[in-house]
Design a protein around this ligand. Structure first.
Ligand code: PEP
Length: 251
């Protein structure tokens, strides 16, 4: 099987002002001591910080991403930000379809798909989030939900270069709960085979990240599971020490 270079991705959510750039500088420096040979890193910061974040990590291998984008390039959409604007500000990646946006803003699979296509149009890599709720898991619907979300939110033009899938069980986000290693392995294998049906053999090289309460103490176990090609990290990405300690699982 093809070796996939792991990616450690941070999601700062609605956190971060100028003073948080200190942490970003530390993350940047931390990725220069050999860690950059083992894994890639991207930190998805609030849009207000993208330009300053890019300046803070200049000269080191960390990349900067946004957390959402509008499907259109420009126009009468007050308060929204287009993929082209994120790109212009210095971002290389953008998260789309995070469960907090699917829930708080009622984003459908079709909208998430349109946002991923907007990211490609702007030359950004889309980090597309999928994952079941607690109710769906308890009803035994996890695989069906993942199949439906992949079908609906990942277009057939997705490739390993323009798309990263993040499996984030909604009930594991910010709760300290994580699925068992066997459940993670099953979900990631299911995602890989659904991606294969959707985009063919290239799916073997697509990164599938695990997200949901990843922290230094569980990173080594979660990141060693088959078909887990990195992590999407919320809370623990705000502190350089924790983010780097998670990434150290790849050293
Ligand atoms: C996330 O927001 O994508 C996430 C995984 O959050 P946390 O790591 O805090 O659970």
């Amino acid at each position: 099987t093809a070796a996939i270079r792991p990616l450690v991705a941070g999601n700062w959510k609605m956190n971060g002002t100028a003073e948080s750039l200190v942490e970003l500088r530390l993350i940047g420096r931390g990725f220069m001591g050999g860690l950059e040979l083992a894994a890639d890193a991207v930190v998805c910061v609030p849009a207000t910080l993208i330009t300053r974040a890019c300046a803070a990590i200049e000269g080191n291998p960390v990349r900067i991403g946004g957390q959402d984008c509008h499907a259109f390039e420009s126009g009468a959409h007050t308060g929204d930000i287009s993929a082209e604007m994120l790109k212009d500000a210095g971002a290389t990646h953008v998260i789309v379809g995070h469960s907090e946006r699917r829930i708080d803003h009622g984003e459908s699979d079709a909208e998430v798909n349109a946002k991923a296509e907007a990211a490609w149009r702007a030359g950004l890599c889309a980090i597309v989030c999928i994952g079941e709720t607690r109710d769906q898991r308890e009803r035994g619907e996890t695989n069906a939900v993942l199949s439906r979300q992949i079908e609906g939110s990942i277009a057939a033009a997705a490739s390993p270069a323009n798309t990263i899938v993040a499996y984030e069980p909604v009930w594991a986000i910010g709760t300290g709960l994580t699925p068992s290693p066997a459940d993670v392995a099953n979900a990631h294998a299911h995602i890989r085979s659904e991606l294969e049906r959707r985009i063919g053999s290239e799916a073997a090289r697509m990164r599938i990240l695990y997200g949901g309460s990843v922290k230094p103490s569980n990173a080594a176990e979660l990141l060693s599971i088959a078909n887990v090609n990195g992590a999407l990290i919320g809370g623990a990405s705000l502190k350089a020490k924790d983010f780097l300690s998670i990434a150290d699982a790849y050293r």
